[in-house]
Design a protein around this ligand. Sequence first.
Ligand SMILES: Cc1ncc(COP(=O)(O)O)c(C=O)c1O
Length: 462
Amino acid sequence: MTARLNSNQARDVAYYLHPYTNLSIHEKEGPLVITRGEGIYVFDDAGNRYIEGLGGLWCASLGFSEERLVEAANRQMKKLPFYHSFGHKVSDVGIELAERLVGMAPVPMSKVFFTNSGSEANDTAVKLIWYYHNAIGKPEKKKIIARLKGYHGVTVAAASLTGLPNNHRDFDLPIARILHTDCPHHYRFARPGESEEAFAERCAQSLEALILKEGPETVAAFFAEPVMGAGGVITPPKGYFEKIQKVLKKYDVLFLADEVICGFGRTGNMFATTTYGLEPDMISVAKQLSAGYMPIAALMVNERIYRGLVSESEKIGLFAHGFTYGGHPVPAAVALETLKIYEERQIVEHVRRMAPHFQGRLSALGKHPLVGEARGVGLIGGLELVKNKASREAFQPGDGVGAYAARLAQANGVITRGMTDTLGLCPPLIITEREIGALFDAVKKALDEALAGLRKRQLVAA
Ligand SMILES: Cc1ncc(COP(=O)(O)O)c(C=O)c1O
């Protein structure tokens, strides 16, 4: 890194500990410093413009310059800049948001518990599942099953649920009573000639075998993202959730749908629970809940779970769980305004209109020599880069191909992210047809450059 002593880059390296970053490379290369945003674009401190191809971590559904959200925050700041909801207190705006979320929930939900992040929402869910089973006199029913390659966050329980090796390795995770079942990625894990349905059936059988091995009386809940995000944008194979839910019902296993990425229009319905016919007992949401403008997340629970919480708190004298900033009035006001905008501007209909253009350009890139599989739904997509298209041979992790391709995309004006070797695309939902064209033109150019570079390094055949 050649940075001036007092530059943003030098001061960042001096003081800022970065999440999800190779810290030793960072010391040499420094950060990309983003200073402003406009529509689907962000700008760095040298004035370069980028399409935020990942909505800034799957968040910025309304882009980076929605004035109404700024005004909503400003109004709320002036009226009531902080309040909490401990001990029978609450802000009026918090109530309004909870009511609205229950009203729009894709399956009947009873109550909303607010947190500041998706991780906290999922961590809360783990605690509530344990509390609930103590309440109903099943203290042995405590194990929770998530999936390999699933992502549920980084706090201790949420990171344990996450099924990605780096989230466990040397963090001494997972904690006890957290188990993982198969990743339902047909392209990677199906047997030769196995149909999506047959593969889905095998995943469901494998889940059932795990439940039986552990003892159904010890298995409390199953966590799943409708579309797996950080694991590489993995859409479920045909019939998967139908078969999985049959197993869950058979053994009275609760189901949490982690809608942290999928919620609020991303898949072409307000919730992916609707897209995939899910019947969860709990739903976690975050990110697009406030278009990313303010940190806020939530866990919705159904009446069955809520009644358990009531009886246990009656017995103990207190439901002793909560975050100081949970339901903070300013993020709540911004979230409310976000939800109003989604409705007024018919964001779901817009996603449905744009999805064919987005998915069309995405699947066209599936023909690129470097792309093994192009997959997606609505306005989310993944491009899995492979060493050999015919044999599906993957690159070695040490080759760093995903990160390399993401760097080339950035040089071509698109911010995306290599999740292992899958490039994730999840642009602001307000993206237009023309902007989708520009996004994919740049990604295609980056892939062409990556192919040339990898051929030179002899990582792919010439
Ligand atoms: C599906 C899913 N669940 C949970 C989380 C964790 O959310 P947070 O980073 O807000 O803690 C994420 C974050 O990307 C996510 O994608």
